[in-house]
Design a protein around this ligand. Sequence first.
Ligand code: SF4
Length: 190
Amino acid sequence: MAILDERKEIYEEIKKEILNCQACELWQYRKNAVPGEGNLFATLMFVGEAPGEQEDLQGRPFVGQAGKLLDSLIGSLGLSRKEVFITNVVKCRPPGNRDPLPAEILACNPFLVGQIGLICPKIICTLGRHALHTLVDPTRTISQVHGSRIAKDGIVFFPTFHPAAALYHDSMHQLLVEDFQILRRLLKEI
Ligand code: SF4
């Protein structure tokens, strides 16, 4: 079997498990689970926090206002959405857009680990504190580490702010844009 077909097949299995998952209470609130989408051979993966209202309605990640900002930031890297892979720490929308609970993040983690293991990105850009704390270091804040590269388990992690937070804070928006300029340079090196 060709590598592409094999990878697609495994990914479809992960996706099916997510769509049917009831491992934490969030399944009760979802209209659609949001597994993620993009290039299964992506060099660059983005990991956000959780689906919001629009994502829950459409079953796709980052499709609201924050998604538009992320699309434009991906464009600033000279890439399109189809060339990267985008997902979240939890795959179902927390009610009222509250933060995902530690137990929910833990329950959903095998899916994220499976996606990373399958796609093997060279760089994972974590968006916001939940992705930073889940994948990189629970003791650091975004303000401390944003825009820096952190090597772990053979992957380069690049933490930055969540685009949704940057929508409401001009200073954070500017830092996010600057971080993506650093990320663009990092992509050329790797
Ligand atoms: Fe399952 Fe994750 Fe959805 Fe919880 S958030 S029900 S663990 S897919």
